[in-house]
Design a protein around this ligand. Structure first.
Ligand SMILES: Nc1ncnc2c1ncn2[C@@H]1O[C@H](COP(=O)(O)OP(=O)(O)OP(=O)(O)O)[C@@H](O)[C@H]1O
Ligand SMILES: C[C@H](N)[C@H](N)CCCCCC(=O)O
Ligand SMILES: [Mg+2]
Length: 212
């Protein structure tokens, strides 16, 4: 059986994809790939650096981004500002010798160019997608829209991972009405450090749900 690979997408930007992806990468002993990074922090760090920190990964297990764009905005516009064009050929799935966790950018329907959405690339890859969703009010609509959009493009959905305070009815309603697997929930952590994150992940998720 080949090693599992997952795409971590979300209902929005800032929902916690990078934090969840770091926890999953650490738990699976996986490699991590952020194909398109739009915007870096003041120290020039992007999501790959944060995953390396939170998952305690060696550089060998962080695959290089295909595009690092300067402006923290939608990738299609960030690429235009940098006078480049995101081409699907540079988004070919990399070969890895173990599990792979791939993080998108923003939500599933974020444009990479003015005629290509990230979800189109997910559909081409056919790698199971994990939707990261908030638990806060508004998440039912955002989550069900994301599920519909992925299904409309035949993107396989592995399940949904919630981030935030428990919200039993919203989480259950999304999974029942959206007919998706409820993978678990990461609470808001006061200290975003490797050990508390690994403990929260092991409490909130079952490894067998990720083929491990
Ligand atoms: N479980 C958590 N506990 C505490 N803080 C969190 C948690 N999840 C996310 N955060 C914080 O929320 C912010 C957004 O999270 P994150 O960077 O993971 O979002 P994202 O979905 O990856 O965004 P992007 O679309 O930019 O990739 C960050 O400051 C992060 O540290
Ligand atoms: C800049 C941000 N942190 C992400 N890298 C990109 C988010 C794109 C969102 C586009 C949109 O849905 O309006
Ligand atoms: Mg991120």
């Amino acid at each position: 059986m080949s090693a599992p690979a997952f795409v971590v997408t979300g209902t929005d930007t800032g929902v916690g994809k990078t934090v969840f992806a770091a926890a999953l990468t650490a738990a699976l002993g996986a490699s991590y790939w952020k194909p398109v990074q739009a915007g870096l922090d003041a120290d020039g760090r992007g999501d790959s650096a944060e995953v390396a920190r939170l998952a305690g990964l060696s550089d060998r297990r962080i695959l290089p981004e295909s595009y690092v764009l300067h402006t923290p905005c939608s990738p299609h516009l960030a690429a235009e500002i940098d006078r480049t064009t995101i081409v699907p050929e540079r988004l070919a799935l990399p070969e890895t010798d173990g599990p792979l966790v791939i993080e998108g950018a923003g939500g599933a329907l974020v444009p990479l160019t003015r005629s290509l959405l990230y979800a189109d690339v997910f559909a081409h890859w056919q790698v199971p997608a994990i939707i990261v969703a908030r638990t806060a009010l508004g998440t039912i609509n955002h989550s069900l829209l994301t599920i519909e959009a992925l299904r409309a493009r035949a993107v396989p959905i592995h399940g949904i991972a919630f981030v935030g305070d428990a919200n039993e009815d919203s989480e259950a309603t999304i999974c029942e009405m959206g007919e998706v697997a409820r993978l678990g929930r990461l609470p808001r952590l006061e200290r975003l450090e490797p050990t508390p994150l690994a403990i929260a992940f092991s409490r909130g998720f079952r490894m067998e749900d990720f083929g491990a």
